[in-house]
Design a binder for this molecule. Structure first.
Ligand code: SAM
Length: 217
C-alpha cells in the first residue's frame, strides 16, 4: 500500500465533511472541528487509507473508533458552548475527545483499558490539547468530584442509562448515550428538565459494550 500524502489526506477530510453536511449535520462549529482534527492520526497505520471513510474502524484490543457521522451527530446533540465542561465515557483512540476539546472549555474523559488511555493521552499531547483530563477506570460511575456536568457523552453501549451519570448531569444538561442490547442499540439525547430525564431518539446504532458496575457486567 502507498502511504497517502498530506495533501490527499486533507482533501479526503474535506470530502468527508461535505458528506456529513449532506447527511444532515448542520452545526458549523462541529463541521469545522471535524475538518480540523486529523482522524488519520487516531487509526491504526494499516487503516490510514480508510481514515476518511464514514465508517468505524478497529483500534486494537477489541475496540473501535466511531463512525464520523455518529461522532458529528452526538457532538451536535450536545450543543456545546465554549464555556462548557464535558464528561466523556470511553476515550478509545481519543478522536471524539479531540472534537470535544475543540468545542468546550474542558473535557474529562474516562477509559477502562489503560493502554488505550495512555495512547490517547500521548496523541492528544502531541496535537497540543491542554484542556483534557484523563482517567483510567469504570466510567459508568462518572467523575463525581467534578460533577455536575452540562454535557455528558457515552461512546459505548449501555443496557440502561447509568444512574450515576444521570445524577452527575446538571439541570438543563444534555447526555448522549447508546442504549440497548449487546449488538444493536439506539442513540438517545437525554435532557435533565426539572430534575427529570426527557428522552429524544436520535438514531439506531451499533457500539461496543459499556462494561462496568452500571453497564454490562
Ligand atoms: N470515542 C472513541 C474514539 O473516538 O475513538 C471510541 C470509543 S469505543 C467505541 C468505546 C470505548 O469505551 C472503548 O475504548 C472501551 O474500552 C470503552 N469503555 C467500555 N466500557 C467502559 C467503561 N465502563 N468506562 C470507560 N470506558 C469504557
Amino acid at each position: 500500500m502507498r502511504w497517502p500524502s498530506e495533501e490527499e489526506l486533507t482533501r479526503a477530510r474535506k470530502e468527508l465533511v461535505a458528506e456529513l453536511r449532506q447527511k444532515g449535520i448542520r452545526d458549523p462549529r462541529v463541521l469545522s472541528a471535524l475538518e480540523k482534527v486529523p482522524r488519520h492520526l487516531f487509526v491504526l497505520p494499516e487503516f490510514i487509507h480508510l481514515a476518511y471513510d464514514d465508517r468505524p474502524l478497529p483500534i486494537g484490543l477489541g475496540q473501535t473508533i466511531s463512525q464520523p457521522y455518529i461522532v458529528a451527530l452526538s457532538t451536535e446533540a450536545l450543543a456545546l458552548s465554549p464555556e462548557d465542561r464535558v464528561l466523556e465515557i470511553g476515550t478509545g483512540s481519543g478522536y471524539q475527545t479531540a472534537i470535544l476539546a475543540e468545542l468546550a472549555k474542558e473535557v474529562f474523559t474516562v477509559e477502562r483499558i489503560p493502554e488505550l488511555s495512555w495512547e490517547a493521552q500521548e496523541r492528544l499531547r502531541k496535537l497540543g490539547y491542554t484542556n483534557v483530563r484523563f482517567r483510567v477506570g469504570d466510567g459508568t460511575k462518572g467523575w463525581p468530584e467534578e460533577a455536575p456536568f452540562p454535557a455528558i457523552l457515552v461512546t459505548a453501549a449501555a443496557p440502561r442509562v447509568p444512574p450515576s451519570l444521570l445524577s452527575q448531569l446538571a439541570e438543563g444538561g444534555r447526555l448522549v448515550i447508546p442504549v440497548g442490547g449487546r449488538f444493536q442499540q439506539d442513540l438517545w439525547l437525554v435532557r435533565k428538565e426539572g430534575g427529570r430525564p426527557v428522552y429524544e431518539h436520535l438514531c439506531p446504532v451499533s457500539f461496543v459494550p459499556l462494561i462496568g458496575e452500571e453497564g454490562w457486567r
